[in-house]
Ligand binder design. Structure first.
Ligand code: FAD
Length: 440
């Protein structure tokens, strides 16, 4: 008997799961699938929780669904309340395993997790599978990524690079090994089953009627089932056709795709979205809206590739730029977080973010610009607040967009300043959004 550990990270799904596929076809006879919950007490250097209540609730519902699906295939998912560096070596020791398979994540915190496992003597096989396009399918080595998005997109399109087809969910799993109960209890572990823990729909903030993504309702919970159902209804309602025209909206579920929360936890694969979008185009026609969904998913890939190219350099105070590091404006930052800067559009947006865990792309741009250019704050504190609050927090997209707005990424045109007064005139002309959040 040989056991392999499978560590779920930001890939909480069974469909299109190349890392799980690699574990299942590794030759091992038993599989130990594990997830490690980040500690709710973990605090950022800026003094607030790294994972706020919205994301905790959303991820919890994703885990419950994954647990149910895996239990039905004969191998329940185990959820450990311990860091991977504590849990995985202890479990490997208990079952005589030497290898862990998991998703490859090209960001410093996540790479340090892998380094800690290797330092503990485990063999770690990482599998890259979070992007739409495979980095090795690109027409250039990862170190030669074009510095600007448009040349990148043009080169991808000219070369005709296509996503690989999504893998089907496995029809069966390997059986679990026996783990002594005291090992599980030492790790605070329990199987992720439907009846356990608070339900996301019990979280009142997840059902705020003002939310554009009410993650506490069954249609928007974190499960893979909800993710796939959401994709199906988005296509059935032919919303891709109007996406380009509506994507800068501020309220409601339908103005943009709302794929991001499930993409962030991994409950939805970008390649599944693309495959279904192509079927939609075949059946109902392509237009600028369907093209623009591909365009935005390419932005998502671009920030992933940027991480493969620059890694930890993206996380310094100056980013990739020669600009002086910004000073942290602690008072301004607190007012910004609480939605009390005195700028009605910014305050409305920051109140929406704190109350619901979601914010439109347009308003993410406006509030990031305000912190950087009006409050002269440190962009890294803003990125950390987004990490804490967003249900769709994605390390690559968050860091990449903050760097881009701050003018500290690769784009030679410098940063992006958004005038909040003009943005309010363009996107909230009747003031209804600001009134909804009590700032007008
Ligand atoms: P849609 O408009 O429907 O877009 C479809 C998909 O394309 C999205 O789900 C997303 O995967 C991708 N996409 C769209 N815009 C971008 C973009 N600018 N950058 C990268 N990918 C994009 N997105 C996250 O997923 N997680 C984050 O933590 C995050 N932080 C951000 C921080 C800032 C400062 C800014 C300006 C943007 C951030 N974004 C982030 C990007 C974008 O705002 C969200 O992806 C988008 O609002 C999610 O809603 P949607 O799925 O309805 O997007």
């Amino acid at each position: 008997m040989s056991t392999i550990l499978f560590w779920f990270r930001n890939d909480l799904r069974l469909h299109d799961q190349p890392a799980l596929h690699a574990a299942l076809t590794s030759g091992a006879t038993h599989l130990l699938p594990v997830v490690c919950l980040p500690s709710a007490d973990e605090v950022t250097p800026w003094g607030f929780a790294r994972v706020g209540a919205h994301r905790q609730a959303f991820v919890a519902s994703a885990l419950r669904d994954l647990g149910v699906r895996m239990a039905a295939l004969g191998n329940p998912l185990q959820v450990c309340n311990a860091s991977p560096a504590t849990a995985l070596p202890a479990l490997a020791h208990a079952v005589g395993a030497t290898t862990v398979v998991c998703e490859d994540i090209a960001a410093p915190y996540e790479q340090a997790e892998i380094a800690a496992l290797r330092a503990a003597g485990l063999q770690v096989r990482t599998v890259w599978h979070s992007s739409l396009l495979q980095p090795s399918d690109m027409p250039w080595p990862v170190t030669d990524l074009p510095a600007v998005f448009s040349p990148f997109r043009n080169a991808v399109e000219r070369a005709g690079i296509q996503p690989r087809a999504p893998l089907p969910a496995p029809a069966s799993l390997l059986p679990p090994p026996l783990v002594p109960p005291d090992v599980w209890s030492a790790l605070g572990a329990a199987p992720a089953l439907a009846e356990q823990g608070a339900n996301a729909s019990d979280h009142p903030a997840g059902r705020d009627p003002r939310s554009s993504f009410p993650y506490g309702t069954p249609a928007c919970d974190g499960s893979e089932a909800a993710a796939l159902a959401h994709l199906a209804q988005y296509l059935a309602r032919k919303l891709p056709h109007s996406y380009k025209a509506t994507r800068n909206g501020l309220t409601g579920l339908a103005y943009s795709s709302k794929f991001s929360p499930w993409l962030a936890t991994g409950a939805l694969s970008p390649r599944q979205i693309y495959a279904d979008l192509k079927t939609f185009e075949r059946d109902h026609g392509a237009n600028d809206g369907t093209y623009w969904l591909w365009f935005e998913l390419l932005w998502r890939d671009y920030f992933r590739l940027l991480h493969l190219q620059y890694g930890a350099a993206l996380y310094g105070a100056r980013g990739l730029s020669a600009l002086p590091a910004a000073r942290h404006n602690a008072q301004g930052f607190d007012r910004w977080c609480q939605g009390r800067t005195g700028e009605p559009l910014v305050d409305a947006a920051m109140r929406e973010l704190a109350a619901t865990g979601y914010l439109s792309n347009r308003l993410r741009q406006v509030v990031a610009s305000f912190l950087i250019y009006d409050l002269h704050g440190d962009w890294r504190a803003g990125a950390a607040w987004f990490e804490s609050q967003l249900v769709d927090y994605d390390v690559y997209s968050n860091q990449g967009n903050w760097l881009y707005i701050a003018g500290r990424g690769t784009d030679p045109r410098g940063g992006r300043r958004f005038n909040p007064v003009r943005q309010a005139q363009d996107h909230d002309a009747d003031g209804s959004y600001r009134r909804m959040w009590g700032t007008l």
